[in-house]
Write a protein that binds this ligand. Structure first.
Ligand SMILES: Cc1cc2nc3c(=O)[nH]c(=O)nc-3n(C[C@H](O)[C@H](O)[C@H](O)COP(=O)(O)OP(=O)(O)OC[C@H]3O[C@@H](n4cnc5c(N)ncnc54)[C@H](O)[C@@H]3O)c2cc1C
Length: 340
């Protein structure tokens, strides 16, 4: 029986996880094509910029989040609404959840909690995903397509078009021919990577200087450095780090997390690895994971994961496998996108 030829368009965390899970089925022959691959540093490639932690918004140790009621209507306040609720949904999901007693809260903080979470070193994880795909027989090819249906021409396994394309182009789905999803927005995130070590991760619901700037720290495992953040600047496509914002980020992170530097030191106590900017692929109605036929080609979409593409990568890729199975076995039909 002829195998199913599947082309995954995109090699960020969404594309690579989709390719890996699809490749577990021996009936599938999977190709990944992309403009950018792990190792590249580019403003059009979001995945290398992520922390990346699980934060229902963490170090292998613990994570604390603090809320100030006055941040409720700011961009950052809305972004962290679920995370900073006094009695959040995830309290029974994460290990060691505890509310911090009110007499231990910093001045101006209305509630705070702590829990155990995880942090991934994206610089190691993305190449690891590639290696697992290669082990499973996935073929990789660098190319740029203008229209999503062009991806179907890149199956090396047969002289005909691929049976299915998986669209994992992130923010580029805003302009990609055949998709052009106008509900996508860039949510600009500026970070500073430092050598200073901080075992616990921290985040607070807002800052006083701006409603699109935030304060968080996370130390990547395996020598990945500590990420100091950050910002959530809507429809801001500036790829260059803003030096003034960088100074504000460093000052605020030391204020939130004094253990980052030797007592008495300011930002001079930080050993900077690099400054960075990434554009989160934010979609108004949440991630799109569904199927449609475009110009005679079946396409499963998996894009628009905003600031949580690592957290949702396995769940969304599992849905991709399910949708691909329906198309490839003839039980087609669009599926409502999952509420994520
Ligand atoms: C500062 C920052 C911090 C973050 N922190 C976290 C975190 O702690 N936890 C978390 O879960 N998430 C985090 N995120 C979000 C996460 O990084 C993204 O949701 C995720 O990386 C999106 O991955 P993706 O694969 O969908 O898109 P991308 O990584 O952007 O990949 C898109 C792929 O499509 C390819 N492509 C696009 N157009 C074309 C074309 N026309 N032809 C060929 N190839 C094309 C690109 O080359 C690339 O390979 C963070 C993001 C930022 C910016």
């Amino acid at each position: 029986m002829a195998k199913h030829s599947i082309v995954v368009l995109g090699a960020g965390v969404s594309g690579l996880t989709s390719a890996l899970l699809l490749s577990q089925n021996p009936d599938n022959e999977v190709t990944v094509i992309a403009k950018h691959m792990p190792g590249d540093v580019d403003i059009e490639y979001c995945s290398p910029w992520a922390g990346a932690n699980y934060l229902p918004f963490s170090a292998k140790d613990s994570k604390t989040s603090q809320c100030r009621n006055k941040d409720g209507n700011t961009t950052i306040g809305k972004w962290t609404t679920e995370l900073t609720k006094p009695d959040p949904w995830y309290r029974d999901v994460v290990p060691n959840f505890a509310n911090i007693p009110s007499d231990r809260l910093d001045p101006g903080v209305d509630n705070a909690n702590t829990f155990t979470s995880v942090c991934i070193n994206a610089a190691i994880y993305l190449p690891w995903l590639v290696s697992q795909c290669l082990k499973a027989g996935v073929v990789f090819r660098r190319t740029i397509v203008q229209h999503v249906t062009e991806a179907a021409d890149f199956s090396p396994f047969s002289s005909r078009k691929a049976n299915l394309v998986i669209n994992c182009t992130g923010l580029s789905s805003l302009k990609l021919g055949g998709v052009q999803d106008k509900t996508l927005h860039a949510a600009r995130g500026q970070i500073v990577v430092v050598r200073n070590h901080q075992a616990a991760m921290h985040m607070i619901s807002g800052v006083d200087d701006s409603n699109e700037e935030s304060t968080y720290t996370m130390t990547r495992p395996a020598g990945g450095g500590t990420i100091l953040g950050g910002s959530y600047q809507m429809d801001n496509w500036d790829s260059q780090p803003d030096p003034n914002l960088a100074v504000r980020i460093m000052k605020r992170c030391i204020e939130l997390c004094p253990g980052l530097v030797t007592p008495g030191q300011g930002i001079e106590g930080l050993s900077i690895v690099r400054h960075g900017v990434g554009l989160r692929p934010l979609r108004e109605d949440g991630p799109r994971v569904d199927v449609e036929k475009i110009g005679g080609v079946w396409v499963v979409h998996n894009y628009g994961h905003g600031g949580y593409g690592y957290q949702t990568s396995y769940g969304c890729a599992e849905t991709v496998v399910e949708l691909a199975g329906r198309v490839l076995t003839g039980k087609k039909g669009s599926r409502e996108q999952p509420h994520l």
